[in-house]
Design a protein around this ligand. Sequence first.
Ligand code: TXA
Ligand code: MG
Length: 341
Amino acid sequence: DTEIVSVDNHMDNSLSYQRAVDILKNGGVVAFPTETVYGLGALATDEKAVQRIFEAKGRPSDNPLIVHIGNKEDVDKYAVDISEKAKLLIDKCWPGPLTLVFNKKPGVIAENVTPGFETVGIRMPDHPVALQLLRVLDGPLAAPSANRSGKPSPTEANHVLTDLHGRIPLIVDGGRTGVGVESTVLDMTTVPPTILRPGGMTREMIESLIGSVHAEAKSPGEEAPKAPGMKYMHYAPESPLFVIQADEKAIRDAVGMLQEEGKRVAVIGPDEFDIDGADWYFTVGPLHDHEAMAANLYRAIRQCDLTDADIILAAETDMGGVGDAVMNRLIKAADGKRFPI
Ligand code: TXA
Ligand code: MG
């Protein structure tokens, strides 16, 4: 059975952290919140523990994991060839939703964290619970998102429970995560650096610090072959999802048309829209508010999975800022499909 301990309160939670760390030091896995999504952590130097992550998630074993650290200085323990640009990003963006890919220092991190790779992705999460856990553990945590492989990343403890109940011993519940989409993965081994996965740290922010970067995915949804995780089916709800323009009338008409075909329709859209006809309407925040949409998108997709909708329509948002990450995830969830077809 899976135990949940809440640390989202103003009490002394030291026993809860100790319990998590005892499990981790004994080769177990623990789910915990970060500012992006919940992670499923194991001690990154313990190959057997890391193996448990892949088993619990049903994750393909050739997809490398991000190493989470609690201090910026720890990056030198696991990575080499850290450029001046990288140092600047570490200085300004950590802790935060930015994973930096470096050449790996050999022989420190367990081999199965970065299977067959000469590189390692590292980040320092910006969440008090993640940081406290890392502090008490005093070691690196390998942690992918704490969902079953193929499900949206969890932004609440109960999402983790839904996916991993009975498969992991402990969930540290720190409430809802803030950013809601995963970290930006930036490969620092290329010149210029390459965004392998758009995420919580915006391209604009990165470029304001280190100049222009290369974006592996040229248009939203296009594959980024160097981030192996991008090649797998991701974030797919149970019913087919279609991206639709963020226009109230267009969505109303689409709902009406689909219902005439006998379909039950769930809609993901902004607060302002009034789509009476929809069988379900899940809001993701104010129109054009990228941050709100990032924070709410995965929950909305999971809510759709709890309905018996035949089809899901999701209103798009504009590119730019964290909109890049939101649209990347939405297009993946849709497997590229748009409405009208
Ligand atoms: O926000 C996040 O990044 C969350 C929280 C828990 O930190 N973690 C997360 O991990 O999203 P995961 O495993 O679901 O996604 C990691 C992504 C994958 O697409 C993986 O292929 C890529 O990062 N990645 C990891 N290490 C890499 C490396 N050495 N080279 C290229 N891509 C790498
Ligand atoms: Mg993931």
